[in-house]
Design a protein around this ligand. Structure first.
Ligand SMILES: NC(=O)c1ccc[n+]([C@@H]2O[C@H](COP(=O)([O-])OP(=O)(O)OC[C@H]3O[C@@H](n4cnc5c(N)ncnc54)[C@H](OP(=O)(O)O)[C@@H]3O)[C@@H](O)[C@H]2O)c1
Length: 240
């Protein structure tokens, strides 16, 4: 399946890196991060395509380059890059609001737009948008972050229906995946008090590992998951 190319955004660390490691045995990869220096590990069968997704001009240029250089072979997109600035909305600087909206929501929308143009021509492809458990539960001091993540669930469902409305027969799927509490740099920053609170909400009695999400992504990309479409898959140890 090396003729199938998969774009993974935010692949320099955390979930994106674990997904890249899992998929590199099966697919050719386009790995994204904000800048080339973010990558500290070499992944086989991969090339880099970098852009700061907080800057809409860079996102637009990234999408153009994706279509131009990989338009004939792109098979999958994992919209994984994301960030949060935890704060009360009352005190949240507008700059942080814009950054979260641009990186977590606007960039995935523009990348979906580019990918669907490519997939419409090849009549095949899979998009997986990485949402979060908090899209469903809400979370104090993450109002904007949770709004972006809920947006990705709605975006994925709507696009699955839109693909069907535009094509009688097709092999294109659009999904979202909502990780729970996964041990990465993003969750390392939380206070012990917060970690204990989340831990008490997890029936599986452990925090998730990036590999738990990577295994799920690998399955969802495969033909074994060909009837899973337009839905949101939870990977959270039962946290919801
Ligand atoms: N960890 C969890 O428990 C958890 C739970 C639910 C959902 N999620 C979601 O899963 C995804 C990955 O999370 P993670 O924990 O792996 O995060 P992470 O370790 O902080 O990694 C974030 C990735 O996103 C990239 N990124 C951040 N800001 C960017 C920007 N302005 N432009 C381009 N790329 C940017 C980073 O690239 P650089 O290295 O270049 O900065 C990095 O590769 C996120 O969307 C997050 O919301 C995580």
């Amino acid at each position: 399946m090396k003729d199938k190319k998969i774009l993974i955004t935010g692949a320099s660390r955390g979930l994106g890196l674990a997904i890249a490691k899992k998929l590199s045995a099966e697919y050719s990869l386009i790995l994204h991060a904000s800048k080339p220096e973010s990558f500290t590990e070499e992944i086989p069968n991969s090339e880099l395509l970098c852009a700061d997704l907080s800057d809409p001009e860079q996102t637009t240029a990234f999408c153009k380059q994706l279509k131009k250089e990989h338009g004939d072979t792109l098979y999958g997109v994992i919209n994984n890059a994301g960030l949060t600035f935890d704060n009360s909305l009352i005190y949240q600087p507008e700059k942080h609001i814009d950054t979260m909206l641009n990186v977590n929501l606007k960039a995935p929308i523009l990348i979906c737009k580019t990918a669907l143009k490519i997939f419409s021509a090849s009549n095949r492809g899979v998009i997986i948008n990485i949402s979060s458990v908090v899209a469903e539960t809400g979370n104090a001091f993450q109002a904007v972050y949770t709004a972006t993540k809920a947006g990705l669930v709605a975006l994925s469902k709507s696009l699955a229906h839109e693909v069907a409305a535009l094509n009688q027969e097709h092999n294109i799927r659009v999904l979202s995946v909502s990780p729970g509490f996964i041990e990465t740099a993003m969750t390392d920053k939380l206070s012990q008090e917060h970690k204990d609170k989340f831990f008490s909400m997890i029936p599986s009695r452990r925090f998730g590992k990036a590999e738990d999400v990577a295994e799920t992504i690998s399955f969802l990309l495969s033909d074994k998951a060909s009837y899973i479409n337009g839905t949101n898959i939870h990977v959270n140890g039962g946290m919801v």
